[in-house]
Design a binder for this molecule. Structure first.
Ligand code: COA
Length: 152
């Protein structure tokens, strides 16, 4: 089992490349980081992943920008990182954690559901309304945001 050291990070610029793996808009990433709590995951002195936790209501938090550096993807780091994000949200007092991903983000939809997240609603046109450039993944236009949720 990969043993990640999870630490709060105050300097978004230090991990901006990683944050932008999960979101092509630097402006939106900076907004989320300013409103939420940014964490980095260290393995063997290397920053291998990041995530942001954003408060929505008292015990409802949102997971944003979870990402594993490209050379570490597909090796189980993301699974450990998602569990760490759930644990960090619990420590902050969350009883429900939401996460949003694109209708075209087929891998991410699998990733979150394998970790116990279930679809709760769709923010129609979220990506066309909030992003200047069209996004296409897996040959599918990314238009709507699928919101998934997990009770903690
Ligand atoms: N179909 C089925 N399962 C898939 C899958 C697919 N296409 N893609 C990933 N998974 C599953 C894996 O099989 C694994 O499940 P298992 O442990 O039950 O086998 C699980 O997802 C996690 O795999 P892991 O290797 O730990 O993931 P990772 O280290 O690659 O991290 C991301 C996953 C999404 C964080 C990583 O790929 C990433 O940083 N992507 C770019 C940023 C991003 O898109 N962030 C999310 C924004 S919504």
């Amino acid at each position: 089992m990969i043993d990640l050291d999870i630490k709060p990070e105050t300097d978004a610029d230090a991990v901006m490349d990683l944050l932008m793996l999960a979101d092509p808009s630097e402006a939106l990433v900076r907004d989320y980081v300013a409103e939420g709590k940014l964490y980095k995951a260290i393995w063997d002195d290397i920053i291998v992943g990041v995530f942001v936790l954003l408060p929505l209501e008292d015990t409802l938090w949102e997971l944003k920008n979870i990402a594993v550096s490209e050379e570490w993807q597909g090796k189980g780091v993301g699974k450990v990182l998602l569990n760490a994000a759930v644990e960090a949200a619990r420590v902050l007092g969350a009883t429900t954690l939401e996460v949003g991903t694109g209708n075209s983000s087929v891998d991410q939809l699998a990733y979150y559901q394998k970790a116990g997240f279930r679809m709760v609603r769709i923010a129609r046109n979220f990506f066309t309304l909030n992003y200047d450039e069209p996004i296409i993944e897996n040959g599918i236009p990314c238009v709507d945001m699928v919101i998934l949720s997990r009770n903690l």
